[in-house]
Design a binder for this molecule. Sequence first.
Ligand code: AMP
Ligand code: MN
Ligand code: MN
Ligand code: MN
Length: 289
Amino acid sequence: MVTTYLNADLHCHSVVSDGTLTPEALAARAKANGVELWALTDHDEIGGQQRAAAAASALGLPYLSGVEISVSFAGKTVHIVGLGFDAEDAQLQRGLRATRGGRTQRAMEMSEQLARVGIADAYQGALEFVGNPELISRTHFARFLVERGSCRDTNEVFRKYLTEGKPGYVEHRWAALKDAVTWITQAQGVAVIAHPARYGFSANAEYALFSEFKAHGGRGVEVVTGSHSVAEALRYADTAREFGLAASRGSDFHSPEESRTDLGTLPLLSDALTPVWELVHERIQRPTH
Ligand code: AMP
Ligand code: MN
Ligand code: MN
Ligand code: MN
């Protein structure tokens, strides 16, 4: 069955990146919340895919492989979600390994900068929150700063310390847009622009992002996401139609304590859109029993 009226949740994070739940716990939570098609999309990492797919299968939950790749574009970090790819693909695995590569160095630089504003040993502190040593992220620093009482919650940490111009922010060069889209597509997956409203691009830069993404073989955009307001979802539904892109839906759930949007609780996609799962329906891993 392929339809717009599907409680698909194709964006969330486990302890394999910066989520706080295991792939198994996420699968159970998705199932309990009525999700009908699920994907785990850890940042720059597919090490949780087998566990997620196995847990989904045991629960009778259809599954698409997933990842969220960090990309540098027009001076900002853009996220490209990949869905339905072959997780054994060597080029994709190499590309993701290279993308993860600079994270430890960046984390040490963040730690040095934070030390200058009186926050000592942040690297060691953040490591306490890391589930995967290859994937230390700003989120882990945020959790450490909340724990030591520097801020009330992780949003406040990002606002005061971890975003552009703030003391703990370190500029970083991620994957190229063309490379990320190519790795996903050549592995039989579909590439999707994640939460476009989050980037704060000018109209021109956003047009360039969508046009270049399409030219490289990208085919989808997140319309209904935990990162979009209702107005933004409507706006990007129009953008999807203008660019001839399919639409995706995902909570971007990270943690029961931190995430505003739980798995499977967003509004459905409008039936005026082509759901992205139509493009990869043959890649859906369906439970066999
Ligand atoms: P990184 O890949 O290390 O740069 O970390 C990016 C992650 O930080 C995102 O995937 C979000 O989970 C989290 N994040 C980014 N901005 C914010 C924010 N303003 N508030 C809370 N979390 C954020
Ligand atoms: Mn994240
Ligand atoms: Mn993202
Ligand atoms: Mn995400």
